[in-house]
Design a protein around this ligand. Structure first.
Ligand code: UD1
Ligand code: CA
Length: 451
């Protein structure tokens, strides 16, 4: 049996009313990217040669997100939300021009795994006309029930509202994903009526029709976690919890130590090397790459950054997009780095803002140093050379260049370039008045008594 080119149709035309949001439901994020992006990338990994998407009228942001994730996606509009079968038929041109398997996925079910989609495909290869994904939830209320006969065929899917008492006792429920190897699928779906509780065209009714036509219709079972659908913010949080649990397990299996895994938050694309240690309360936004042997101490927030071998970050460090933390660099508490490269061995151990700049190899940035990168209109660059010592509480007003090996005296406001190996000092001279403090105390003491 051959694997056929797959058309995967993702349904996203639903309004998602229960989210109570101005943002379309499928654009809400899990693990740092939209549910839609999760589903589209799972579809791609599962071998979707042709991804397609069904959206509702006016869902421009959903279209844009889909194009960003899958530039070759075909997008169709469902004019009225007349049900899931009607939604699939909105993609009729794709269905009719396709020779091969068709899989339908829901964009609000973001945790379905590639291996499960492959199982649907294998079930088709083994001779089924339809493979329907089922699961056994703790609470089945609201889901369609898979009615399975003595030979393991699904003879029908009954929506909760249309099910009898006996049918409602069935535990195997419809997860939504369904794969088809039926030549005239559009023809089959066109025969679906809407004589049901909601007056909608149910995709699930394709099962009974196909079974009557003599197609084998088989269930594939997945875990409740995978089948979790997101209709509300609570369910979004529950899905996020599952995503994070998976990500933490993957990180540890790949050789990272997480001292308190439940407090570390990953993004869909976080990359960790071997022997990385992550202490409690660390948040990874999108685009973080952590190389081998890096230590991330407690309470750090990072996004869009590369942390190179053996570096030590934290506690309480914020790394923003474009930060590049070199080999064996130390970045400590209350240091913020944005769009700046810290070359190998550089140190910024306390209280600093390093934005739009470079810190050369082995340089030391003292406590309280600020890269003044913004004049209210433009961002400017600060270039600190190799082996530079920037004394505490210095302001480097960009654009400015500090030569290799230079020394900046504490508290200086540096507005002009500094030559290599020079000392730059910008402070008013210190005045000293001998005995002043003692006299002052005596005077204040007398006043207090006379009051
Ligand atoms: C659906 C299934 C149910 C299953 C459950 C699993 C049907 C009839 N019911 O019910 O058997 O147990 O999912 O979560 O299929 N959509 C459109 N256009 C429409 C209607 C829906 O694109 O006209 C999309 C939605 O955006 C969503 C998906 O289809 O992504 C499912 O629709 P939804 O209304 O959430 O179906 P459920 O009632 O959850
Ligand atoms: Ca749903």
């Amino acid at each position: 049996m051959s694997t056929q080119p797959q058309l995967i149709i993702v349904l996203a035309a639903g309004k998602g009313v229960r989210m109570r949001s101005d943002l379309p439901k499928v654009l809400h994020r899990m693990g740092g990217r939209s549910m839609l992006a999760h589903v589209l990338s799972t579809a791609r990994e599962a071998g979707a040669a042709r991804p397609a998407l069904v959206v509702g009228p006016g869902m421009e942001a959903v279209r844009a997100e889909a194009k960003a994730v899958a530039p070759d996606i075909e997008i169709f509009e469902q004019a009225n939300q007349a049900g899931t079968a009607d939604a699939v038929l909105a993609a009729r041109p794709a269905l009719e021009s396709h020779r091969g398997d068709v899989t339908v996925l829901f964009a609000d079910t973001p945790l379905v795994e590639v291996a499960t989609l492959r199982k649907l495909g294998e079930t088709l290869q083994a001779g089924a006309g339809i493979a329907a994904l089922g699961f056994e939830p703790a609470d089945a209320a609201g889901y369609g029930r898979l009615i399975v006969d003595g030979e393991g065929r699904v003879t029908a899917i009954r929506e909760h509202n249309d099910a009898s008492e006996a049918e409602r006792r069935i535990r195997l429920c419809n997860a939504g994903a369904m794969a088809f190897r039926i030549l005239d699928l559009a023809g089959l779906l066109s025969r679906i009526g809407k004589a049901n509780a909601k007056g909608e065209y149910y995709l699930t009714d394709a099962i009974a029709l196909a079974a009557k036509d003599g197609h084998a219709t088989r269930p594939v079972v997945c875990s409740e976690e995978e089948a979790m659908g997101v209709n509300s913010r609570e369910q979004l949080a529950a899905a996020e919890a599952v995503f994070q649990r998976r990500a933490r397990a993957r990180a540890m299996q790949a050789g990272a130590t997480l001292t308190a895994p439940d407090t570390v938050w990953f993004s869909f694309d976080t990359k960790l090397g071997r022997d990385v240690t992550i202490e409690p309360n660390v948040f990874f936004g999108p685009g973080v790459v952590v190389e081998d042997g890096v230590e991330i101490l407690a309470n750090c927030h990072m996004e869009g950054v590369r942390i190179r071998q053996g570096a030590r970050v934290g506690p309480f460090t914020r790394l923003r997009p474009g930060a590049d933390i070199g080999v064996a660099v130390h970045v400590g508490n209350f240091v913020e780095v944005k769009n700046a490269r810290l070359e190998d061995g550089a140190k910024a151990n306390h209280l600093a803002y390093i934005g739009d700049g470079r810190v050369g190899e082995g340089s030391n940035i003292g406590a309280g140093t600020i890269f003044c990168n913004y004049d209210g209109f433009n961002k400017q660059f600060t270039d600190v050379g190799k082996g530079v010592f920037v004394g505490s509480n210095s302001s480097l007003v960009a654009p400015v260049k500090i030569g290799d090996g230079a020394y900046i005296g504490s508290g200086s406001v540096i507005t002009k370039n500094v030559e290599a190996d020079a000392l730059a000092l910008e402070r008013s001279e210190q005045e000293q008045r001998p005995g002043w403090a003692a006299k002052f105390r005596t005077m204040m003491g007398r006043r207090k008594k006379s009051r």
